[in-house]
Write a protein that binds this ligand. Structure first.
Ligand code: ADP
Length: 523
């Protein structure tokens, strides 16, 4: 039985051929192919020319793996074994048909190769994308810096002009210029946010904050804004939500402001409703749902999916301003906040945007007493005014700061045109605080800060330092902190923020007997 099977298998897969030195076929069992006796085996297939070498070199036993042959239009993969016959003048060939086996192996190899190739391609694509992304981010940071610098003097001088005696009409025009400049700053901020999010550099910071005050302030602002546009404003804050929560109020604020701004922009009659609710109480973490509803122009059903893409604006609906980045940032921020942004909208009737964020409930629900008494400008009259040294190279910025400080009146200001001069002045005169522009010729702000911190004079080395820069990247902020600076303010200068920061640092400086802890974190 087994003998029969073996014979059957051999018949189907193996052919024996005997050839002589002239490569003539002496015998063949023709199990696989018809090879005529006395024919030249190389006529059957040119591969067999190789047999001459075997005879010449008297190679007793040889194997050729996976020889490809096309016979009568069919492809074969054959292993060929050769033995020199006992007489020394003939060669026995054993042809073993392994076509199916080799085809399977080939397919497996091909699939493996393709997956290796695909992996390499995707790696290369990823690298290219990374290069493009980092180029885009660098490009955006540079463009943002270049635009921020002139914008700084526009915004700054507008506030200087506002405090001069000008007519009502001129003031109105000034406000239009101010609004447009602020829009430009917002667009720059949006662009930077998008690139920070893409680069994975925006993270969520959790802090304890007065949640109820935060939401009420927001509502108050938009109550005024909707009044101005003759729209109604309904506000609801669930009494179940505790006062102090733990979460990233800056990012939550950014999302809500974006949604409320859109509601305001796209609503011309009716009004806006802003509700803040929770579905759970008495837990350590509660879900807080924010909802902004408007009776505005609404969004067509087929466009609902695309509004979250960057630079998407549903044009042809009138010019509303904006960059088309707002909702894309909102979407990415809510993702970071581990929340889903939901939108319901009916064209011509209005829209509702909502999202739910889980926030911690602070153990301490008590309000701290406000230790600092806001210093009034008048309080300082007669008192010795703190001396501030500014390092700034650009003339128009020097002029702007001189005007802002002159109008504010509480401090005396000296200006040095680069970091080296700042260090020189500090050695010669007593100052209470230093403001450093980061990009300056000869010695930049970072190097100057390091020199100040390393000064052997304790009164100099412990001085509070504020970085003032048109660069807004996290790297710059980190570098400023690393160099020992205590606060980081970006241009365009927000005069209120500048003076409140100076105030805060000076009061801390005095409180600690002129020894300021550099490690103290400034927000
Ligand atoms: P934009 O800067 O144009 O407002 P957004 O990314 O904030 O950009 O919004 C994208 C688009 O979605 C807008 O151009 C607008 O067409 C539509 N949209 C957003 N919010 C509303 C809304 N509350 N009502 C109607 N349309 C809206």
């Amino acid at each position: 039985m087994l003998d029969n099977l073996r014979q059957d298998f051999i018949n189907k897969t193996t052919q024996l051929v005997v050839v002589n030195r002239e490569l003539e076929v002496v015998d063949s069992d023709n199990n696989l192919f018809d090879i005529s006796k006395n024919s030249d085996i190389t006529d059957f297939h040119p591969f067999f020319f190789a047999l001459t070498t075997i005879f010449d070199e008297e190679l007793q036993e040889e194997t050729f793996f996976c020889v490809q042959m096309e016979v009568l239009g069919k492809h074969y993969f054959i292993d060929i074994k050769t033995y020199i016959g006992e007489d020394g003048d003939t060669l026995v060939l054993i042809l073993n048909d392994l076509t199916d086996h080799y085809k399977t192996v080939h397919q497996i190899k091909q699939v493996r190769n393709e997956s290796i190739i695909n992996f390499n391609i995707s790696q290369e694509l990823n690298q290219q994308l990374e290069i493009q992304r980092s180029f885009k981010n660098k490009f955006l940071a540079n463009v943002s810096h270049e635009i921020r610098t002139p914008l700084n003097s526009i915004v700054g001088f507008i506030s200087v002009l506002e405090n001069t005696e000008i007519s009502r009409e001129q003031l109105d025009v000034l406000h239009i210029i101010k609004d447009s400049s602020k829009n430009l700053v917002t667009i720059l901020d949006d662009l930077m946010d998008i690139s920070k999010i893409e680069a994975g550099k925006l993270d969520i910071k959790k802090r304890r904050f007065d949640f109820r005050e935060f939401v009420e302030k927001l509502a108050k602002t938009y109550q005024i804004r909707t009044d101005d546009k003759r729209l109604s404003f309904d506000f609801e804050l669930s009494s179940k939500i505790p006062r102090f929560l733990v979460g990233d109020h800056l990012r939550i604020n950014q999302v809500i402001v974006n949604l409320l701004e859109n509601a305001l922009k796209y609503t011309h009659q009716g009004g806006i409703k802003f509700t803040v609710t929770t579905s759970s109480v008495n837990a350590r973490r509660i879900p807080v749902t924010f909802e902004v509803t408007d009776t505005g122009i609404g969004i067509p059903k087929e466009k609902l999916d695309s509004i979250f893409d960057s630079f998407t604006q549903l044009e042809k609906r009138g010019l509303f301003g904006g960059s088309g980045l707002g909702l894309s940032i909102v979407k990415q921020l809510t993702d970071l906040l581990e929340s889903d942004l939901e939108v319901k909208s009916v064209e011509g009737e209005g829209s509702t945007f909502s999202f739910t964020v889980f926030m911690g409930v602070s153990h301490n629900q008590k309000k701290e007493k406000v230790a600092k008494k806001k210093r009034d400008k008048k309080d300082l009259k007669g008192a010795k005014r703190p001396r501030i040294l500014l390092g700034e190279d650009v003339e128009v910025n020097q002029l702007l700061m001189m005007r802002l400080f002159a109008d504010y009146g509480a401090y005396s200001l000296d200006i040095a045109k680069n970091g080296e001069r700042v260090v020189e002045y500090l050695d010669r005169f007593p100052y209470d605080l230093v403001i450093l522009d980061l990009t300056m010729p000869v010695m930049d702000g970072l190097d100057a800060a390091v020199q100040i911190r390393n000064s052997s004079n304790k009164k100099v080395s412990k001085l509070p330092i504020i970085a003032l820069t048109a660069r807004t990247s996290q790297e710059e902020q980190d570098a400023a902190k690393e160099a020992g600076m205590n606060a980081y303010l970006t241009k365009p200068i927000d005069a209120d923020l500048l003076f409140s920061t100076i105030e805060r640092l000076l009061s801390r400086y005095k409180r600690k007997d002129k020894v300021l802890e550099i490690s103290e974190e400034e927000e």
